[in-house]
Design a protein around this ligand. Structure first.
Ligand code: UD1
Ligand code: PEP
Length: 432
């Protein structure tokens, strides 16, 4: 089992470059299935295990997929007839596999997808996705751990009001609507930058989506879509993760390929804590003089504070002076990392959907296990300032969403290595 080992106490300095966004590339690779002619060339694809998984899903659906990880490129030819079913082996590994449901329904009038079930951060139902498909004329049935959507006479444009601005439901409905007859309007839609990237991609394939990035999205259905070339937007969560890593060490780091507007809520919160953030030509510069001030924060759908930055911010808030309250409103169970922080001597308690931290905690190195993707990053960040050695296990979570995280931190001056049973102790490991 791989481990990341950190010897705390180094100040981060230098430049780091962020990759293409995981949460943009997954829906976009799924949406590539909409093209019944030509090939899609997707660029700035991060070399993540989740990308490998979605590629496998696409292949299982009869698309031809060529992946060039060193070039950060995927080429997809989905011009042959697609099969209908995304199997449990993929959906279990990665929930975003359900994002093929919209494109399959649009192309085939039928889709069968294994039910994703709950996960470490919450129960994560898909009722809003299905409500959208149903409004467009699909018949939904459940059985044997699967959900089926059938639209024998094709999908028809509809007006859909989402009960919650779900990212996945907005994406699945957008892709289903892209080939439907007539116009679909999604109200109370998610407004994340990844939704805008998906809309741009659909439009580049010849679609007509307007309003992405606002709470009302209008999609005109087309007769067909054609393959195109698309660049994935930079990863705002990887950007934010390095901002927090720089801040916790009192560092001075420039983050290249970052889009400040995508991180407005985080930048504002870090500013309240005393972190100085400036936009430069090279990227976002983050400097901090310790100690930082305590703050309260609440996760919200975009443009609110992102839940995917919650655990990393928890690490930072633990080290700030005073009492901090962090409230999670997006997922009902995204506090599994709290117990791991406790193992590092964190003064932290959970009260309902909030955690209360009395800082600064004198963090101590310990052996801790990543409970989900962002928790993995958060524990490593805590290890950067903990006294002594921190060992982080369960790194398969980390590999879903971060490319060479330990290598990038080491290049900024952190004392960090990744070891695996197959490699010598202390040798850094590169993903394929
Ligand atoms: C691959 C990807 O892009 N993942 C992101 C996406 O996940 P995902 O698309 O799964 O997140 P959603 O926005 O759909 O979920 C947000 C909340 O809505 C609930 N919900 C969602 C759909 C539904 O039909 N019914 C329902 O109740 C969920 O259980 C959750 O509590 O957005 C989340 C919220 O920003 C991020 O944390 C994830 O990193
Ligand atoms: C929760 C996340 O991803 P997913 O929706 O793919 O589980 C995340 O990126 O933090």
């Amino acid at each position: 089992m791989d481990k990341i080992i950190i010897n705390g106490g180094r100040v981060l300095k230098g430049n780091v470059r962020v990759e293409g966004a995981k949460n943009a590339v997954l829906p976009i690779l799924a949406a590539a299935l909409l093209a019944s002619e030509g090939v899609n060339v997707i660029r700035d694809v991060p070399n993540l295990s989740d990308v490998g998984t979605i590629n496998e899903v696409l292949k299982s659906l009869n698309a031809k997929v060529d992946y060039f990880p060193k070039l950060n490129e995927v080429i997809i030819d989905s011009s042959d007839t697609l099969s209908n079913e995304a199997q449990f082996e993929y959906v279990r590994k990665m929930r975003a596999s359900i994002l093929v449901m919209g494109p399959l329904l649009a192309r085939n009038g039928f889709a069968r997808v294994a039910l994703p079930g709950g996960c470490a951060i919450g129960s994560r139902p898909i009722d809003q996705h299905l409500k959208g498909f149903e409004a467009m004329g699909a018949e939904i049935t459940f059985g044997h751990g699967h959900v089926e959507a059938k639209a024998e006479n094709g999908l028809k444009g509809a007006k859909i009001y989402l009960d919650f601005p779900s990212v996945g439901a907005t994406e699945n409905i957008m892709t289903a609507a892209a080939l439907a007859t007539g116009t679909t309007i999604i109200e109370n839609a998610a407004k994340e930058p990844e939704i805008v990237d998906l809309a741009n991609f659909i439009n580049e394939m010849g679609g007509k989506v307007v309003g992405a990035g606002t709470d009302t999205i209008r999609i005109e259905g087309m007769l067909k879509l054609v393959g195109t070339m698309h660049h994935i937007i930079p990863d705002r969560i990887e950007t934010g993760t390095f901002m927090v890593a720089a801040a916790i060490t009192g560092g001075n780091v420039i983050i290249e390929n970052a889009v400040p507007e995508h991180n407005a809520a985080l930048i504002s919160k870090l500013g309240e804590m005393g972190v100085v953030i400036t936009e430069q030509e090279e990227g976002i510069r983050v400097t901090a003089e310790l100690p930082l001030k305590s703050v309260d924060l609440k996760t919200m759908p975009h443009p609110g504070f992102p839940t995917d930055m919650q655990s990393q911010m928890m690490a930072l808030m633990l080290t700030s002076v005073g009492t901090s309250v962090l409230t999670e409103t997006v997922f009902e169970n995204r506090f599994m990392h709290v117990e791991e922080f406790r193992r590092m001597n964190a003064a932290i308690k959970i009260e309902g959907r909030s955690v209360i931290m009395t800082g600064p905690s004198e963090l101590q190195g310990a052996e801790v296990a990543a409970t989900d993707l962002r928790a993995a990053a958060a524990l490593i960040i805590a290890g950067l300032v903990a006294e002594g050695v921190t060992r982080v296990t369960e790194l398969s979570h980390l590999d879903r969403g971060y490319v060479n995280f330990h290598g990038k931190l080491a290049a900024l001056g952190a004392d960090i290595v990744r070891v695996s049973p197959e490699t010598q102790i202390g040798k850094t490991v590169q993903l394929v």
